[in-house]
Design a protein around this ligand. Structure first.
Ligand SMILES: [Fe+2]
Ligand SMILES: [Fe+2]
Length: 490
C-alpha cells in the first residue's frame, strides 16, 4: 500500500514488543521515544486529557484507588495492582504483540500482508471508524461521573473507577492511532474527542446512547452488561482489521473489556440475588419497603438497556458494513472460526422482517447483513447472563424469571423501527401499543434513586445488593480498595 502523501510513512513498530516502558512520560510499548514528532504531539495532548479527566471524570474526591495497570501485553501477568491517586494513573499506549506474518483474513485483500500503514484509498473510512470508537470511550466516563456519590460499597466504587480509568485509556488507544497515522486531520479529530461531551446540547457525543446520563447503579450495571458489551463486539470486528495497528490496539483493549463485562454480569447478578432473597423471605414481590429492587423494575431496566444497545448495531442491512468488510477494514466476530470463503459474495441468509402484521424470515445477501451477523452473536452472548441471573432466582425458590425482550422491542433503528413489537414478540397495532409499560417508569426510577445511598464502610453493602463472593485480585471483600478524600466522608 502506498504511503500517505500527507503524513509520510507511518512509524514502524520495532518488532514484537511486550514490555511497557514506564520511564517515559507516556507509558508505551510502541517505541514512542523513537519518533520525536509523534511523542511531542502526544505530550501536548496529554495535559488536555488530564484537564478533561479532572473536569468530567469521577466527581467523588478520593486520595487513591486500588487499580490495576498494564505492565506487559503478553498472555501472563500483564496487570499490576496498587493504590494510586487516580490523576496519577499511568494512561498509556499498549498494543498487542505484532505478528510479522499476519495476513488479511477476509475481503478482496484476503491473503495479502496486513497493512502497517494506512492505505490511501481507505483513509477516510478508517479514520471515521476510529473516531466513532474513540468517541464512546470518554463518553461513558462522562455519563458515569456522579455515580461515586451513591456507591453501594467501596468494592463497587473501586470497580467503577477501574472501568473509568480504562475507558480513559481506550481513548488514548484511539488518539494514538489518530496522531500516529492520520496526520493533521487525525490530530484535529483527537482534539474534538475531548471537546464533544456526553449530553452537551451544542456538542454532543456521536452516538445517541452515549448522551444519556447514567443516573443510578442499576443503570450502571445494565449499561456495563449491555452497552459496554456492544463495545466489546465492535472491538471484536476491528481486531480483525487489515490495518494492523488498529487490530493490535483492539486486541489489547478487549483484554481490559473482560473486567467491564465482569462488573456488569456480577453487578446485576448480585442485585437479583438480593431481590430473590427478599422475595423469598417476605413472600412478596413488593420489596421496596425491605430495601430491595422489585424484580419487575429490574426487568424494565433490562428491557430499556437491551433495546437501546441493539440500536447501536445499526440497521440490519447496511451497504457500509458490507464495504468495510470487502475492503478488509472490519471483519466479523471471530472471523477465523467461520467456515466459509471469507469473501461472502453471492451468499444469502435469513433476516426477520415485519410483513402483514407478522414477523417472517426473508432471504437477503449476507454481505449486506453484517450488522445483523454481529448483533446475532451479541444477542447470544447476552442470553448467557440472563440464564445465570435466573439461576439465582431458582436457587432462592422464586418462580419468576427474567427474560431478554424480543429483538424487535422498542427499536428506533432498523427493520423493526416502524413497528410496535411487544417484549414477547407480538406485532401490535398502534392502538394496543404502550411501550411505557415495559420500560422503567418515573416511579421505578424514583424508587431506585431512593435506595441509592452511599455505603463507604469497608466490607459493608447497601441494602439492595448482595456482597460478592470474592474480592479483587485475591484481596478480601472488606479490603480498603478506595481511600476517600476527607471531604467525601464529611
Ligand atoms: Fe472501552
Ligand atoms: Fe468498556
Amino acid at each position: 500500500m502506498a504511503t500517505d502523501p500527507r503524513t509520510g510513512p507511518a512509524p514502524a513498530p520495532t518488532g514484537p514488543l511486550s514490555a511497557i516502558d514506564y520511564s517515559e512520560r507516556i507509558p508505551n510499548n510502541v517505541n514512542l521515544a523513537g519518533d520525536r514528532r509523534l511523542q511531542r504531539a502526544l505530550e501536548s495532548w496529554q495535559p488536555k486529557f488530564l484537564d478533561w479527566w479532572k473536569t468530567l471524570g469521577p466527581a467523588l474526591p478520593t486520595q487513591d484507588v486500588y487499580l490495576r495497570t498494564a505492565i506487559a501485553v503478553g498472555r501472563d501477568g500483564w496487570a499490576h495492582f496498587d493504590h494510586v491517586p487516580m490523576t496519577e494513573y499511568r494512561w498509556g499506549i499498549f498494543l498487542a504483540e505484532r505478528d510479522p506474518d499476519r495476513t488479511i483474513a477476509f475481503g478482496t485483500h484476503q491473503g495479502e500482508p496486513a497493512w502497517q500503514e494506512v492505505p490511501g484509498e481507505y483513509r477516510a473510512e478508517l479514520q471515521r471508524l476510529i473516531v466513532i470508537q474513540g468517541d464512546t470511550e470518554p463518553a461513558s466516563v462522562e455519563q458515569q461521573r456522579v455515580l461515586g456519590m451513591t456507591a453501594p460499597s467501596i468494592y463497587d466504587l473501586r470497580n467503577l473507577f477501574q472501568v473509568n480509568v480504562e475507558e480513559g485509556r481506550h481513548l488514548w488507544a484511539m488518539v494514538y492511532l489518530l496522531h500516529a497515522y492520520f496526520g493533521r486531520e487525525g490530530r484535529e479529530e483527537a482534539e474534538q474527542l475531548l471537546k464533544r461531551n456526553s449530553g452537551d446540547f451544542d456538542n454532543p457525543r456521536i452516538l445517541g446512547a452515549f448522551n444519556e446520563a447514567t443516573t443510578d447503579w442499576l443503570s450502571f450495571f445494565m449499561f456495563t452488561y449491555f452497552t459496554d458489551r456492544d463495545g466489546k463486539y465492535q472491538l471484536g470486528t476491528l481486531k480483525e482489521s487489515g490495518f494492523d495497528p488498529l487490530a493490535r490496539t483492539c486486541e489489547f483493549m478487549l483484554k481490559e473489556e473482560a473486567h467491564h463485562m465482569f462488573v456488569g454480569t456480577t453487578g446485576v447478578q448480585r442485585t437479583v440475588e438480593r431481590t430473590a432473597e427478599l422475595m423469598a423471605t417476605h413472600g412478596t414481590d413488593d420489596i421496596w419497603r425491605y430495601g430491595g429492587i422489585p424484580l419487575g423494575v429490574i426487568q424494565r431496566y433490562l428491557n430499556f438497556h437491551y433495546s437501546v444497545s441493539l440500536d447501536l448495531f445499526g440497521s440490519e442491512q447496511s451497504t457500509n458494513a458490507g464495504n468495510y468488510y470487502t475492503s478488509g477494514l472490519k471483519g466479523r466476530w471471530q472471523e477465523d472460526r467461520r467456515r466459509d470463503d471469507h469473501v461472502l459474495i453471492g451468499q444469502n441468509r435469513d433476516m426477520n422482517v415485519v410483513r402483514d402484521g407478522r414477523i417472517v424470515p426473508q432471504e437477503v445477501p449476507l454481505l449486506s447483513a453484517l450488522n445483523l451477523d454481529l448483533r446475532d452473536a451479541y444477542i447470544n452472548d447476552c442470553s448467557h447472563g440472563v440464564k445465570r441471573w435466573n439461576k439465582a432466582l431458582e436457587s432462592a425458590g422464586v418462580d419468576a424469571r427474567l427474560m431478554l425482550p424480543h429483538e424487535g422491542f422498542n427499536r428506533r433503528v432498523g427493520a423493526y423501527s416502524r413497528h410496535h413489537i411487544s417484549p414477547t414478540g407480538e406485532v401490535l397495532a398502534e392502538s394496543g401499543w404502550d411501550a411505557a409499560r415495559w420500560l422503567p417508569t418515573e416511579d421505578d426510577r424514583r424508587g431506585v434513586a431512593a435506595l441509592m445511598k452511599p455505603e463507604y464502610e469497608y466490607g459493608k453493602f447497601a441494602s439492595w445488593i448482595a456482597p460478592p463472593p470474592f474480592g479483587i485480585n485475591d484481596q478480601p471483600v472488606e479490603f480498603d480498595y478506595v481511600h476517600l478524600a476527607e471531604e467525601s466522608l464529611a
